[in-house]
Design a protein around this ligand. Structure first.
Ligand SMILES: [Zn+2]
Length: 378
């Protein structure tokens, strides 16, 4: 079975240049890339045949035949980005302009993940009237450890699916599959189409039930030697502190998890609440008790942020995950507490941004990851 083939370096550069500068002729391309016109012609012809490039008119010329203008057919190929979470599965269909042309959320019933992916692919193809050949790849975001090359979803403390290889599913579907860690893919999406676009080095702190981070170094995401980089949620900040899902005690996660904030609030207001929405709608800034809970939570957040700045010295840290949806409520307190922390080794200008893509970042990152391998447009 032939998956969407990997394109040659010349093809990738041609696609990247057209994406950057818009429609152009083969002569413009040859000049911009500094390769010969016959080489450009061979590669452009291959891409025209494939349909990823199209002729969109003629350019002005002083004499002779007017040369064809070539552009990317942005709606010929797509990728599917899927973000697996404990309770929900978020997915999207993305075109080559990186627009999500279709988005949906379904319940994660805990049924076989492979089956869920098959159903999603079928439903996307049917509802968007596409054929499998139009799909460049499927990117899958997983809340835990992965092995990208082996398409292995290894271990996620907050999710049931572990040690699942998607190689068989890829063979069955006949479409390329890419897997990645959720925070890493979110960091990648923010860096390509989101809030950290302008920065070379950034870090995305994902605050959900679990805490993780995606690290972008020189515009590429950093996986570490064994693809375990960014497990910031399990840095110990309190010796012998609260127990954590990983088996250790005093990790960042049991202090920063959204679940912790929800439970603490629930106890304080003596009311069963289960979402952050409820926390922030009940939060009364006039109540000292409420303020104290929020401040303690934010103090752990700032502690994590400062550690990140000290280790990585990034251009910015992005607060992402579910918590990023509550920027209005939480940002003033974050700035206040940051101002209260004094350490001469900390950069004066600690740039903290809130995610631009919100809870959609991981599925977008998954979709972009599929494009990255194939087109070099990302
Ligand atoms: Zn832990």
């Amino acid at each position: 079975m032939l998956y969407n083939r990997k394109r040659s370096e010349n093809e990738k550069v041609i696609l990247a240049k057209i994406s950057e500068y818009g429609p152009m002729t083969k002569y413009d391309l040859a000049e911009r890339i500094s390769i010969s016109i016959p080489t450009v012609t061979t590669n452009v012809n291959k891409l025209l045949k494939e349909g990823i490039l199209q002729e969109v008119g003629v350019a002005e010329a002083d004499y002779g035949r007017k040369p064809m203008l070539i552009d990317i057919d942005y709606n010929r190929y797509f990728s599917i980005g899927i973000d697996i979470q404990k309770h929900s599965i978020y997915y999207c269909l993305m075109n080559l302009k990186f627009d999500a042309v279709m988005e949906k959320t379904i319940k994660n019933t805990g049924a076989s993940l492979e089956n869920s992916i098959k159903i999603i692919v079928q439903s996307v193809l049917a509802s968007c009237k596409l054929r499998k050949e139009n799909i460049i790849g499927i990117g899958l975001s997983y809340p835990g450890l992965v092995e990208e090359e082996q398409l292995l979803l290894k271990k996620g403390p907050n999710i049931g699916e572990t040690n699942l290889s998607l190689e068989n599913l890829r063979d069955e579907l006949g479409v390329n599959i890419y897997v990645g860690n959720e925070a890493r893919l979110a960091a990648f999406a923010e860096n390509v189409i989101g809030v950290s676009k302008e920065y070379m080095n950034s870090l995305y702190l994902s605050i959900k039930e679990g805490i993780g981070a995606g690290i972008i170094v020189d515009k590429r995401y950093y996986t570490g030697s064994s693809e375990a980089a960014g497990e910031i949620g399990h840095m110990v900040v309190q010796k012998g502190g609260k127990p954590c899902n990983c088996g250790n005690r005093g990790c960042v996660e049991p202090y920063l998890s959204t679940q912790t904030l929800i439970e603490t609030f629930s106890t304080t207001v003596s009311k069963e609440i289960s979402t952050l929405d409820e926390v922030f709608s009940l939060y009364d800034p006039g109540s000292n008790e409420h303020k104290q809970i929020m401040r303690e939570y934010v103090e752990y957040l700032v502690l994590a942020l400062n550690n990140i700045f000290l280790i990585f010295d990034p251009d910015c840290v992005i607060i992402g995950g579910e918590m990023s949806e509550y920027q209005v409520q939480i940002e003033p307190l974050v700035r206040e507490v940051m101002g209260d922390v004094h350490c001469s080794m900390l950069k004066r200008d600690r740039r903290v941004e809130f995610s631009a893509l919100g809870y959609k970042a991981s599925k977008y990152g998954a979709a972009l990851r599929a494009f990255e391998e194939i087109t070099a447009l990302v």
